[in-house]
Design a protein around this ligand. Structure first.
Ligand code: ADP
Ligand code: MG
Length: 385
């Protein structure tokens, strides 16, 4: 679960990770009050669950009350498009106003779980700021990594490795170590899957401050954090994904035009791969579970068809626990109910497959039978081409 920058910064303050003073507003009046309480200059920042706001016009410096008001009026209610939002952008409903800080240097710092080494990894760079993606691509040696064994936790030597790796002035080492310690504690306490600060800055008066804040909390751990659950912002959810959650279906919206419905997450991943190999792009990931019922299939169809990009659907079912004839009946029932507006290719294999195929072809529905997975992908790719 992602949270907003202003919420992440509240958590930072709890763990003594320094942030600029600031406050949130949802209207021009509220924003003016925050500006008055902070004093000038201020920075006005769009609050959406996506980065790259600075380059998209969602972060503006204001030196006067009038500029602050103009910046707030421009940002509040805008549809902000950044490289992380996709072309449709995000509506800005909240704005964070912060004291403008004199920046001497911008660093990058993040914490992630590293599956390969089963450690919690600090990742950092001297070249922080808005172009960190380019730094990682062009000069990966400028990115340093320090792995912490979660059983023993971070030790002073980890902090020294980080400080030396970033070539920090020794006068800054103590505050930097305290910041890393707080950040690590926050990461563990809140079951984060990502904490990212870009930029982490050194100010003109030699303070290290988190100027940006991004936190992702592991959704599977939310049950033990009722206080963090309240940070969820439903306006940031993908509407189709939110509906899928109500149906208890694992659905993720993607950019392509081939809707697909699969039983089992692994098979769903393989299906997306083979759709791409056939030259098409999946519109979603959808795992209807090992024992997909007619109702599940119906809900799956409804979700897929809500996405206007979808031009064809591929159903890929392996009948193991689930018999193919039962599944075929489910598909027929569901197809009759939801009024299928696009062609559907069905690939089925497993128990009672012959009976399943007969049910599909006798149904009178425009379902296209596929001989195997490659054939299915080819057929659906032709349809959407
Ligand atoms: P994003 O990563 O979404 O573009 P940031 O919070 O990183 O948004 O802000 C973009 C840039 O704006 C920062 O790299 C920094 O240069 C500047 N900035 C952000 N907040 C402040 C602030 N409080 N004072 C001065 N400059 C700021
Ligand atoms: Mg940033």
């Amino acid at each position: 679960m992602k949270i907003h920058e202003y919420q992440a910064k509240e958590l930072f303050r709890k763990y003594r990770v320094p942030t600029p003073e600031g406050g949130v507003g949802e209207s021009l009046e509220e924003i003016a009050e925050v500006v008055a309480s902070l004093g000038l200059p201020v920075v006005v920042k769009a609050q959406i669950h996506a980065g790259g706001r600075g380059k998209g016009g969602g972060v503006r410096l204001a030196r006067t009350n009038e500029e602050a008001n103009q910046a707030a009026a421009a940002i509040l209610g805008m549809t902000l498009v950044t490289r992380q939002t996709g072309p449709e952008g995000r509506l800005v409903r909240k704005v964070l106003v912060e004291k403008g800080v004199a920046i001497e240097k911008e660093l990058y710092l993040s914490l992630i779980p590293d599956r390969g080494s089963a450690t919690i990894m600090f990742v950092a760079s001297q070249d922080g700021g808005m172009d960190i993606e380019e730094v990682a691509a062009a000069t990966p040696e400028r990115i340093i990594k320090v792995a912490v064994n979660p059983l023993t936790g971070p030790q002073p030597f980890h902090f020294r490795q980080m400080a030396f790796g970033l070539q920090l002035d020794p006068a800054l080492h103590k505050q930097f170590a305290a910041l890393l310690k707080g950040l690590y504690q926050l990461f563990v306490d809140c079951d984060c899957s990502l904490v990212e600060i870009n930029p982490l800055i050194i100010t003109a008066d030699q303070q290290i401050i988190a100027l940006d804040a991004k936190i992702d909390i592991d959704g599977n751990a939310l049950f033990r954090h009722p206080e963090l659950q309240t940070l969820h912002d439903p306006f940031e959810d993908d509407p189709i994904e939110a509906e899928a959650a109500r149906f208890h279906l694992n659905y993720i919206n993607l950019d392509g035009n081939v809707g697909n419905m699969v039983n089992g997450a692994g098979l769903a991943m393989a299906t997306m791969d083979i759709i791409k190999q056939a030259g098409a792009e999946p519109a979603n990931f959808l795992d209807v579970g090992g024992g997909a019922s007619a109702e599940m299939v119906e809900n799956g169809f409804r979700l897929i068809l809500r996405d206007p990009k979808v031009k064809g659907i591929l159903i890929n079912i392996f009948g193991g626990i689930l018999r193919c004839d039962v599944l075929a009946q489910g598909v027929v029932q569901a197809a009759e109910k939801v009024n299928l507006s696009v062609p559907v290719v069905v690939r089925m294999e497993g128990t009672n497959v012959e009976e399943g195929r007969r049910i599909l072809s006798d149904s009178g529905l425009k379902l296209i039978n596929a001989a195997d997975l490659a054939d299915a992908a080819r057929k659906v790719a032709e349809i959407v081409a």
